[in-house]
Design a protein around this ligand. Sequence first.
Ligand SMILES: NC(=O)c1ccc[n+]([C@@H]2O[C@H](COP(=O)([O-])OP(=O)(O)OC[C@H]3O[C@@H](n4cnc5c(N)ncnc54)[C@H](O)[C@@H]3O)[C@@H](O)[C@H]2O)c1
Length: 331
Amino acid sequence: MRDGAVMVTGGAGYIGSHAVLALLDAGWRVVVVDNLVTGFDWAVDRRARLVVANVADDEKVRDAIREHGVTAIMHFAGSVVVPESVSDPLKYYRNNTAASRSLIESAVSEGVKHFIFSSTAATYGVPEVVPVREDSPQLPINPYGMSKLMTEHMLRDVAAAHPLNFAALRYFNVAGADPQGRSGQSTAGATHLIKIAAEAATGKRGHVSVFGTDFATRDGTGVRDYIHVSDLAAAHVDALDLLLAEPGKSHFLNAGYGRGYSVLEVLDAVDRVTNMKIERRMEGRRAGDPDELVSDNRAILEALPWRPKYDDLDRIVTDALSWERHLASRQ
Ligand SMILES: NC(=O)c1ccc[n+]([C@@H]2O[C@H](COP(=O)([O-])OP(=O)(O)OC[C@H]3O[C@@H](n4cnc5c(N)ncnc54)[C@H](O)[C@@H]3O)[C@@H](O)[C@H]2O)c1
């Protein structure tokens, strides 16, 4: 067992629940803070403690930090639907930016010295150069990306003023599910391609829409860098070790495989894995979708001992499908 505990905000959600598993498997004590607005209490492994609270609830968060001897925070909690951020920007500035500000303040006031933040490739907007490096211009094109970028800036400023270091991991497209079947993406109304395709494969929906067939890519559909959620969770555990080893240093790191697949390639993989032909409906582009969004991941590979274990599209699809079948069997 390691010294201290890790607070995982959003630990009842998709990525957070996998980080909880990775931390527990690595010997950490874990306390989850989640208000269950999109997460599920059953998604939190029983070995962790769950505090049902908003991360902006200073009293509950600070009590939990003290009670459990929290030495590091992994902050996954937030609102994640890009189109909703366009129609309701203040929700995103409240639940992502302002709530993160409260949480960071709680960390500083309680003497928590290490902070890992779920940032996003959406902070880059439409990148001019792909693969995207961490020092590329960050020009978000929606309030979601901006709400996350503002939190990155807060962390940088706070780390310069207080004894706290951080890692902001900029996730690319997260997909798949725990290979042992312990967690997966359970949120209704998903907007992620592989989740939607898995829902189509299990009969939850009739078709998959392909938004845009005239992108400047090899087959005209958008290219994205899909990272297996368990690899991403493992990167967080390694990032925490790095923060502990080098207290004065903070990091902005892309979290991706550095390789992209088009929408059609992803759907081909789903057809291959399921031995089915999922119906595809070609539709117009959505506003602001870049042609290609692929990480340059050399920095994370250099900074961490982390090496992806599931860097294989069919593997990602297989695990997403297993989870979707599991969800279907629960109903
Ligand atoms: N899924 C992706 O591809 C992706 C890509 C880039 C970044 N991210 C970031 O990763 C993080 C996790 O995303 P996810 O896909 O797991 O989403 P999710 O909706 O499954 O998980 C978010 C969790 O946070 C909780 N939550 C939300 N607001 C809260 C608050 N104010 N206080 C306490 N709990 C709160 C929800 O109940 C939920 O359990 C988010 O910060 C998101 O911006 C996700």
